[in-house]
Design a protein around this ligand. Structure first.
Ligand SMILES: [Zn+2]
Length: 189
């Protein structure tokens, strides 16, 4: 642990960096929540409390994140710290499935989403910079592909359209038929 190689120093720096980012993000969120909760308090209590809460939680998250990062970078074989890092990743397609999702919209239309869901078997390999030991971690990951969105319009309301056309058509037809038949009868007799 005392004399770290260049690789190990870099690895430790990158773990510290991501731990710092997490600590700052979570700390800021907690600080804002504390400001909101302490809304009824005086200025000193409100801002002081928010700063204390942000520092306490942010610090805790930093330490937890650094610890887990350091643990995953520890070589189990030779015991070197900050020596294990991802050296490769291999993906194989395990299967794909067509999926569909329908969602009713407020205006009565329907949104249809279709996509292909692919499942991959992923194997990440980690190599120790000191002894060269390789360990692997296998897991599955799913991905959406060829996503399309289609909107099916709402069916038009029937009352306005058919009601109007049938009323005008029947009245005109009836009147014309009556007039012609009447005239025909008169001329014949
Ligand atoms: Zn090792």
């Amino acid at each position: 642990m005392t004399d770290l190689s260049q690789d190990q120093v870099e690895k430790r720096a990158s773990i510290q960096k991501s731990a710092t980012i997490w600590g700052v993000i979570v700390g800021a969120v907690v600080g804002l929540i504390a400001l909101w909760i302490l809304g009824g308090q005086g200025g000193a209590v409100r801002y002081g409390g928010a700063v204390v809460a942000a520092l306490a939680v942010g610090g805790f998250v930093y330490r937890a994140s650094f610890k887990s990062g350091a643990k995953s970078a520890l070589c189990e074989k030779c015991g070197a710290a900050f020596s294990r890092s991802r050296s490769g990743s291999e993906e194989t397609l395990a299967g794909s499935e067509a999926k569909e999702e329908r969602k009713e919209q407020p205006d009565g239309s329907t949104e249809v989403k279709r996509w292909t869901e692919e499942v991959y078997d992923v194997v990440d390999s980690y190599t120790c910079a000191k002894c060269g030991d390789v360990t692997t971690n296998a897991y599955q990951s799913t991905r959406r592909k060829d996503e399309t969105t289609e909107t099916i319009a709402a069916p038009e309301p029937e009352t306005t359209k058919t009601g109007k056309s049938s009323a005008s058509g029947s009245s005109g037809g009836k009147g014309a038929a009556k007039g012609s038949s009447g005239r025909g009868k008169g001329s014949r007799s």
